[in-house]
Design a protein around this ligand. Sequence first.
Ligand code: NAD
Length: 359
Amino acid sequence: MTQATERVNCAVIGYGVFHDFGRMHCRWIDAADGLQLAGICDVEPAARERAAGEFPQVGLYASVDELVADDDIDMVSIVTPHFTHADITCRCLEAGKHVVCEKAMATNVTEATRMVDTARATGRKLAVFHNRRHDGNYRAIEQTVRSGMIGELFHVECCEESFARPRNWWYTEQARGGGVFFYWGPHAVDWVLNLVGSPVVRVAGQTQHRVWDHVDIADEVRAHLWFESGATALITFSWVSAIPKPLWRILGTRGGIEDSKLGNKSGAYITGYQEVLVGAAGQGQIRVVSVDGDERTEQMIDYLESDWLTYYRDMAAAILRDKPLPVTGEEGRMTVAVMQAAQESGDAGGQIMEMSRYV
Ligand SMILES: NC(=O)c1ccc[n+]([C@@H]2O[C@H](COP(=O)([O-])OP(=O)(O)OC[C@H]3O[C@@H](n4cnc5c(N)ncnc54)[C@H](O)[C@@H]3O)[C@@H](O)[C@H]2O)c1
């Protein structure tokens, strides 16, 4: 760490083309007080070439081994395919680096536990990049729920559904991606667990694999969750839903919330995600119904601003001032556990899985 200036020297591992996401991490780090982008690592020469064009001032590394040998790097952000996360994370923690690991944290709980245990053993910080908690629609929903406007929350549905041919890429390979749930599911599961705020005790899943034979993952997954508070949730991800459900439907004892997503492209409800650095103004509205006796009122509430820089500001504070991590390894592992339990339950015909079996 650069003690004189109190700056954390950071490197990004993975500068891929699919979502341009290594580049986004570089831009967020560059813009966050207390963090300094110092390096980019990718095994692909073409990726390093693109990185050099965009960030000519930083060091380039052709392998994780090369990167961890550089004592000037304090923190790494891992933006590589899911199946690589556990090994790269543990390697970096063991070399004394703090780690931000992209979602999904891992492809299964065993890997996630290895990552959490290595962070504990090395005394380094491990955070999982569930940055979508800062999406403007989610922030508006969370604020409305916390305000008590819909009473006590008892059921949440978060559904990303479309009828679309999945692309053939590592995300749609069971072994490298983790399964159908692991592409968009980490966002949904993290949102729902955060919103309900009670430990999840049981999960049951339903999976369908009947249309898209060119990939080895299921066409859709439905996860039913039961929480300690008695609340329940349904999370779905589908490539075979000709009549999609709204993105969010939330029920409380005195009302409900609905958010019909904008557009039908996964991840595109908030435009500007890849380009707008600090925040994007609200671009939609949630529908809020309040019930008081026989009286029923309805209002539309604007999405809040999306502020995706918050995550790295919090990470800087965690390293420099020992503040709480933006999202802990244990939280990331719980998201993986719910996805794994839902997929295993679906494959077993819908058997109810006790979460104590997983974490
Ligand atoms: N938080 C979000 O909203 C969000 C959005 C998009 C992607 N992601 C996540 O980002 C991660 C990367 O996804 P992507 O779509 O950018 O993938 P990608 O395939 O486009 O890019 C991955 C890059 O990692 C590099 N790489 C692979 N193994 C490596 C290794 N051992 N060392 C160094 N480099 C290596 C590859 O060469 C490639 O350039 C995934 O975890 C994905 O889920 C998150």
